[in-house]
Structure formats: C-alpha cells, structure tokens
Design a binder for this molecule. Structure first.
Ligand code: SF4
Length: 147
C-alpha cells in the first residue's frame, strides 16, 4: 500500500531533520561493528518518536516486508549479517548514539533542537514520547483505521 500525502509529508519532515543532522560537523568514527544494534548486549534499546517510526516502517516496507520480525538474540530486528537493513530510514538515535569505540554518543546540546522537532512531530501525530524500536515500528506498520 502506498503512503498517503499526509504520511509522505511527515516522512519528508523527519528526513529533513536527519539531513540537518548529517550536515553537522561531528567527529566520530563508526566502522559499522553493529554492536550498538545488539540491545541485549548493550542494555539499551533506542526509543522512537512516531515520525521516526514512520520513516523506519516505510524503509522496511520498501524492502518488501509487512511485519517486524522477532529476534531470539535480543538484537535489533533490522540487523542482518551485521548490516542495518533500513539504513536510510534508521532512527535518530541510531544516527547519534555512537558507541565508545566510535567516539561516544553526541551530546544533548548537539542534538537538542532536532530532538525537539521530532518530539513536536510526535505530539502532532498523537504520540506521547518515545516507544522502544521494535514496538514503535510494528505499530507504524499496522494498517491505519479508516477515518
Ligand atoms: S535500526 Fe539499524 S542502525 Fe538502528 S539499531 Fe536497528 S540495525 Fe542498528
């Protein structure tokens, strides 16, 4: 099912925030180890706003998927062979929370304004703050009730 105009507009807004972040100079050296994607190992699961979940779900759907798989090892459901399968649509936390080996996470000051914008989108969509990654994307994949 193709996303409607409203969904596409929200996704464009979120992607613009990601693009602004990518354009900011921050010295980190991510080598794609994928350790940060193993939530059971890190003890941290990224929390997503509704707009981020929407963009991640669109990326997952574009890969031909219709649901979010469960993982037995506690890793992110989008991690396969150490690669993120929704890389272009990965959430903000995946773009900013670098592991220690890569130089550590971005500081709150570096990301505050962008997070506020993501939170504003979340509020507009009826969200009440971040939801854990698998749950947030699964909810965004679910068919929306007809108005
Ligand atoms: S969405 Fe991609 S980058 Fe983020 S935790 Fe999952 S596999 Fe890693």
């Amino acid at each position: 099912m193709k996303p409607d105009a409203e969904t596409r507009a929200i996704a464009a807004e979120v992607r613009a925030i990601y693009a602004e972040w990518e354009a900011r100079p921050i010295e980190r050296n991510c080598t794609g180890r994928g350790d940060c994607c193993r939530f059971r190992m890190t003890g941290r699961t990224p929390f997503l706003t509704k707009g981020e979940a929407l963009v991640a779900a669109m990326a997952w759907r574009a890969a031909g998927r219709t649901s979010v798989p469960e993982t037995a090892d506690g890793a992110c459901p989008f991690l396969k062979m150490n690669r993120c399968q929704i890389y272009e649509g990965r959430p903000f936390g995946c773009r900013t929370h670098f592991c220690d080996a890569a130089g550590g996470p971005a500081t709150r000051k570096e990301v505050r304004d962008l997070i506020q914008r993501l939170e504003a989108i979340d509020a507009r969509l009826g969200g009440r703050g971040g939801v854990n990654l698998p749950g947030a994307v699964a909810a965004a994949m679910a068919p929306r009730p007809r108005k």
